[in-house]
Design a protein around this ligand. Sequence first.
Ligand code: G3I
Length: 356
Amino acid sequence: MPGVRILWLAGFMVLAVACKDSSVTGQDPETMEEYTALRSVASFPVGVALQSNRLNLAPHSEITRTVFNSVTAEYEMKMRHLTDPSGNYIWTRADQLTAFAKEYEMQVHGHTLVWHQSTPLWLENFNGTDVEFEGVVQTYITDVIHRYKDDIISWDVINEAFEDGSGALRNSIFRRRMGSDYMARLFQYARSADPNALLFYNDYGTIWDVKKRDSMLAMIDDFQARGIPIDGVGLQMHITYNTPPLSDIIAVMDAIVQRGLKIHISEMDVRVNPQGDLSQLTNARSELQKKRVNEIVAAFMDLPEGSRFAITWWGLRDPESWLIDFWGNPEWPLLFDSGYRPKPAYEGFLEALITN
Ligand code: G3I
């Protein structure tokens, strides 16, 4: 099992990772690689998606709590996982995540109150009236936010509400039973539950999918015109080593900043094998990933300080990425390799933090 040592050098928190996983490096001797923790040098929170079952893996939890100062539950704070089949709350795993974050002075971003892909059956099959349905949703939002009021500073109120390509409002159960203006009321319920929590809209594709992007921006303009509370946008940033163009990323970030909202790069991963042409990660593709990470973090650093909410990676180690099952290709999209070693992409992140 790889070992991790945490050092302090010149005021920076430095990690030393002893990796003796010959299956990965082909090396026998234990190598101690020292590197600076991102949270030591970043002027904004740097986060990682976390699952409670990984807190028991020593290197995983040590690197998570040392390198990062923000966590997002990868799935355990979603409605389907916070409730049992009868709709009763199951707080255990979410409590473990917030306790871990509190112990190591990490902020927690709440993901996500409402998502059509994580709606539990008990709600899908709810046989009350539409008004009663909305009451159940409002109560859920209020109960969850109240429980974590002292632990969670921000919430994705709703995730992925617009269709790909058309930008139309998804015809989810929430839209069907609460009406087309349901999102405004979700944000109002969240604000009522915790006036101090930052409220985000989170989505993917709002960089390259023009119709989806424009629908999101129109929603923000409408909310702001009507005094509906919204504080920020989550750009998930599930991208590849060469798409979308940096100029498109900067353009949508600028549009959000112009509206006075914060930006959370909320689920970052950088695919290096989108065409499936690699069976192993090559140095060349790894260097392109490093360059990609560096240019995006540099662009984020160029934003006004008040607009920079956080950059969150959607997983710690390559083998843990959701992308592998989702696309069915070998993939190495994250900052750490299977042996918990920081990759060139990590160096790219660090260099952007230090040189910008
Ligand atoms: O860990 C449990 C395991 O104990 C259990 O036996 C098994 C079968 O029930 O489930 C396992 O949990 C699964 C979990 O991933 C860990 O693998 C959940 O069922 C499964 O739903 C969960 O999928 C997550 C997915 O969202 C749905 O919640 C992925 O981890 C997560 O990466 C993915 O993240 C989404 C964002 O929330 C929104 N943006 C897109 C992104 C990728 O789909």
